[in-house]
Design a binder for this molecule. Structure first.
Ligand code: ADP
Ligand code: TRP
Length: 321
């Protein structure tokens, strides 16, 4: 059973990404055969600055390795190091009805938000299908927003197999519904598009300021707060502290006497300590970029060994040389 997922290098990762996507992916390594890649071709639909792309790609590589992605167990590579994916994209595109593409939500959502669309943005589900099908993937863990793309991938694999004979593995999505939606600094879903994020890694002072800036109501510290479990800082604290510690803060809020400032200070300390080991590892990796580059190249080689077999099967089946 092969698990594969891609991470678009489009910005700095936040704790919503960590608990929603990275943690489950890192835990899945114990099941073996995990393929994780940095989707730098995908970033081209929205980022057109090469310096920014390089910086984001390296940043994401450091983040994942620091957080526990083990490049010995998992295959970890940069999408563009295996350009065969573009060839498979072409093959799949020629079998994909326009109607299927026009129904893709992500394209409709993005154009509705005023992003001026390019062909790449429209074609992106076909590249994503090629990402998945090029590696004989069985399982694709994604957030709910990506479910339709995996459905489209299945359609494309089935169409290919109907046209050219059994060639591609038809994958299943694994939707992470059980993962809570991590709230942002304003209580909405944490997302880089809402500007309400707490980054996994970053400047201590700036992050402290962000957390201390969480808006609370105007009740005085002495006032009892029977709704303590609804408090945003308490909800966030649950990700970083033991249930006993959370309960203790909750009880102190409920009883009255604990100020919001002290609560937010505690939240910051727990958050900061939670990532202490990963932060140290990230600094080590950042001081040894040759090693990181070597990890990605080795990953690309291992990914390519699989990709070459699949692309050669697809070429043969479809009557190319
Ligand atoms: P963003 O909303 O910041 O742009 P992405 O859409 O790039 O984040 O999400 C990357 C991954 O992180 C997805 O798998 C998504 O489900 C997960 N994720 C993002 N935000 C959250 C959140 N607030 N809670 C849980 N998971 C999240
Ligand atoms: N489109 C995904 C996202 O925006 C990233 C991605 C690219 C991906 N290719 C993939 C995810 C293949 C899973 C499988 O989050």
């Amino acid at each position: 059973m092969r698990t594969l997922t891609g991470i678009t290098p489009s910005g700095t990762l936040h704790i919503g990404n960590y608990f929603g996507a990275m943690r489950p992916a890192i835990d899945a390594q114990t099941r073996g055969d995990c393929f994780y890649f940095i989707a730098d071709y995908h970033s081209m639909t929205t980022v057109t600055d090469p310096v920014e792309r390089r910086k984001n790609t390296l940043g994401i590589a450091l983040d994942w390795l620091a957080c526990g992605l083990d490049p010995k167990t998992s295959v970890f590579w940069r999408q563009s190091d295996v350009p065969e994916v573009c060839e498979l994209m072409w093959m799949l595109g020629t079998l994909t009805p326009m109607g299927l593409m026009e129904r893709a939500h992500s394209y409709k959502d993005k154009t509705a938000k005023g992003i001026s669309p390019n062909f790449g943005l429209f074609a992106y589900p076909v590249l994503m299908a090629a990402d998945i099908l090029l590696y004989d993937t069985h399982r694709v863990p994604v957030g709910r927003d990506q479910k339709q793309h995996v459905e489209m991938t299945r359609d494309m694999a089935i169409k290919f197999n109907e046209a050219y004979g059994e060639t591609l593995v038809v994958p299943e999505s694994e939707i992470r519904d059980e993962v809570a939606v991590i709230p942002g600094l304003d209580g909405q879903k944490m997302s880089k598009s809402y500007g309400n994020t707490i980054e996994i890694f970053g400047d201590e002072k700036a992050l402290r300021k962000k957390i201390m800036g969480i808006m609370m109501d105007s009740r005085t510290p002495a006032e009892p707060k029977p709704d303590a479990d609804q408090n945003l800082a308490i909800q966030l604290l649950k990700f970083f502290a033991t249930p006993e510690v959370v309960l203790d803060y909750e009880n102190r809020l409920r009883a009255g006497g604990l100020g919001y400032g002290d609560l937010k200070k505690a939240l910051f300390e727990h958050y900061w300590n939670y990532f202490a080991v990963a932060r140290a590892r990230r600094a080590e990796l950042a001081a040894n970029l040759d090693h990181v580059e070597a990890v990605l190249r080795d990953g690309a080689q291992r990914a390519r060994a699989v990709a070459e077999q699949v692309i050669s099967r697809a070429r043969k089946a479809s009557g190319l040389r």
